[in-house]
Design a protein around this ligand. Sequence first.
Ligand code: 3YE
Length: 196
Amino acid sequence: SSRLVVLASGSGSNLQALLDAPDLAPEIALVASDRAGATALERAARAGIATSCVPFRGSEDRDAWAEELGEAVAAAAPDLVVLAGFMRVLPPPFVRRWPMFNVHPSLLPAFPGARAVEAALEWGVKVSGATVHFVDEEVDHGPIVAQEAVPVTPDDDAASLHARIQTVEHRLLPAAVRLHAEGRLRSEGRRVHVVD
Ligand code: 3YE
């Protein structure tokens, strides 16, 4: 069976979507965070899943922090690592170690970075969306696995647009994780295809 490690900094709603996915083949072996207060850790504990917290101590210490986080992840022996609302840039040695997904609240390559929902509103786009992509050395840059558009409405603020995007994320992420576990993703350069 396939083993999953989920990294989360915040509420962990994407973790909850994975926990709630019926028939999700991969077992969540560990939920790890850079923030002691992350609600994701509570959700994991409540679900009987092992947790690990390696607090981020500042950018000067990123390599040592990532090394420590990497040890915790390695001990769980994942087949796939999922960044689910994880808000730290991971250094190259970490991202090369396992296949890794990130969930991002825009239609990449538009609006990468930490404030994607706000940036989309400020730009005035009429359509935004959600992206699941493989993680590489560059933030919000790796090959796209799944993507779906959502409309931006005139009365939207960041909270309402984010909520609409998250509804899509909670569907796209478990589906993408399932495809990976089933060995149904093929890469051709940057293009990721689903095979039967
Ligand atoms: N790391 C790599 N590639 C990726 N992390 C994430 C995706 C992803 C990744 O595709 N290599 C905002 C992070 C952006 C940011 O710049 N954070 C800084 C400073 C934040 C602060 O001041 O608190 C930091 O320390 O990491 C996950 C999404 C990252 C979002």
